[in-house]
Design a protein around this ligand. Structure first.
Ligand code: PRT
Ligand code: MG
Length: 216
């Protein structure tokens, strides 16, 4: 495929990066730099018109919103917290899948008094308990949510669960399902208009790659 305009794609290191590369490869985009050994944050590809910027997962929607990247790949969890302003979300890549869950001790009460919830996902947590008509106090953390109930910081946590091993290792169990999470392509609204042919061409190949993998 041919790209008519230069395009910048925002990705985060880790599982999203690893799982997006094969999809980009199907679109004929191959990295020139190895992010494992290189400290570069702007990576060149085999196509001079395609650049990849490597940023923190939670920053991807922000870079795309402000047009510093034309498009990006971000977890639905991150997108919900960001709010999605200035972005289109045209494609579910169905990668980096997990569930957003309420978790705690098996004996934890889910109702009653004003529960304290520790989480990185403040908006999702508030929305979830508000939908149940439950007043909760949400404590924002940036990591190691599983620790909070163990040391009495909170009654419950809201966190991502994949295998469940992290919860189990800390004596916690999943209690309520909030949402299924996967990674989405987000596109800057201006780029969607100004670079429509290029963005649509890339999306089309990615759509094909996702569909083929779904059949496999
Ligand atoms: O690590 P860093 O702070 O730099 O950023 P990040 O944690 O946001 O990045 P990364 O790469 O860890 O996650 C990027 C995205 O991957 C997230 O936004 C999710 O959309 C998605 N994803 C999928 C996950 C998981 N699965 C996952 N299991 N993100 C995090 N986890 C963590 C979870 O928070 C918990 O600590 O893994 C632990 C649970 O895993 P299990 O298998 O023990 O249940
Ligand atoms: Mg992480």
């Amino acid at each position: 495929m041919k790209f008519d305009t230069p395009i910048t794609i925002a990705l985060s290191k880790g599982r999203i990066f690893k799982q997006t590369l094969p999809l980009l490869s199907e679109a004929g985009i191959e990295l020139r730099d190895d992010p494992e050994t290189s400290r570069k944050l702007i990576l060149d590809t085999n196509r001079p018109e395609v650049k990849i910027v490597l940023i923190r997962a939670t920053d991807v929607p922000t870079y795309v919103q402000w047009g510093a990247a034309d498009l990006g790949v971000t977890g639905k969890d991150v997108l919900v917290e960001h709010g999605g302003e200035g972005l289109y979300e045209p494609l579910d890549l169905e990668i980096a899948r997990c569930r957003l869950m309420v978790a705690g001790f098996a004996c934890a009460r889910l109702g009653g008094h004003r529960l304290r919830i520790a989480t990185k996902y403040v908006k999702a947590a508030r929305d979830h308990f508000a939908a149940k008509g439950q007043q909760v106090e949400v404590i924002k953390l940036y990591g190691s949510m599983e620790l909070a109930p163990l040391v009495g910081l909170s009654d419950l946590i809201v966190d991502l669960v994949e295998s469940g091993n992290t919860l189990k290792a800390n004596g916690l169990v999943p209690l309520e399902h909030i949402a299924d999470i996967s990674s989405r392509v987000v596109v800057n609204k201006a780029a969607w208009k100004m670079k429509h042919a290029t963005v649509e061409a890339l999306l089309e190949v990615l759509r094909g790659a996702v569909a083929r993998r779904g059949e496999a």
